[in-house]
Design a protein around this ligand. Sequence first.
Ligand code: GN1
Ligand code: MG
Length: 368
Amino acid sequence: MKAALIAPKFDVAGRLVTVELLGDGNVNDTYLAIFRTTFSEERIVLQRINQRVFPNPEYIMKNMLLVTGHVHRRLEEEAHLSDRIWQLPRVINAKDGKDFVIDGEGEYWRAITLIASAHSYGQVQSVEHAHEVGFVLGQFQRLISDMDANSLYDTLPGFHITPGYFKKLDTALQTPEGAARLASSMEAQRCHRFVEERRTWCSVLEDAKDRGQLVLRAVHGDPKISNIMIDDATGKGTCIVDLDTVKPGLIHYDFGDCLRSSCNPAGEETQDMGRVIFDSDLCEAIVRGYMVHARAFLTEADRSYLYDAIRLIAFELGLRFFADYIAGDVYFKTRYDGQNLNRARVQFKLTESIEAREKQIRSILESS
Ligand code: GN1
Ligand code: MG
């Protein structure tokens, strides 16, 4: 159903004026809806949940209510200590009181408040921007660090369990279509060799979890650079959005995702592989910003896996894109043929760059 028919079902004052597409998420569809009364305007974010990815949209909303309630409370308690106004979207109920609207086709829609006068960026803009990105992630993790991870639903079982993505790839390669996709592309074959060389290593974080060295906590799940909002007026970080993947996990997933997305100045969608590198100056700025908050809750064991987290989450995202390419683009939305293969190549190039700079990255991590 059209977003313009859904928007008026949410509890917002005024009449709907326009609905336009917002952002470029790879999973859900996101819109900006503008409502006006005779004296005011309200802008909200409207989203259709992709049920192929999130089989239980109810869980997402339950987690979101829990996390936003918790964080809003803590932000208010600490407001007088802060150098800025921190923000986090709030869930907007439907007019019938529910936290989502289900349309005639069984699609789930939800609405949240828009963080106004702030923007996020697909690529890092400066070293100062990088610092703010790390600062925001550290702040968010600190604010949720006292939540009981078990109070959250698992909205996406298997998310960031890297060996599971190998299983997806193996299954896809066993189908005639998957085998044909691999056979018909030299690039795909190169990617296949790349992942195979890292198959035994890829359980590094899962093994540490199984040994009890790393523990499950509440995590954001998707703190890539484009989910971190920067205040237009001050240039300071103000908010982290996209709370669909808030769930129990390792904080390393978040740390790795933030670094892999922010330290590649070429961005995730570039087709110019020569520009893809892991920039260690940006890494240093992010880690410095992150540690302002994270120092308080990181254990020695947590710290000892931070390098692996950066390498692994870049590699894992490449593997996820590659497996999806082989499976026929069933998970990530695409705009052109071969986009998931191109995205995979970017992440593998980034992984190589991370591996080449291991010593430098480890020394940044040790001295922060
Ligand atoms: C997806 O839809 P979006 O852009 O928020 C994906 C993340 C990836 C990201 C890469 C639920 O996020 O895990 O890191 O693409 N989200 C899900 O851009 O799979
Ligand atoms: Mg997301």
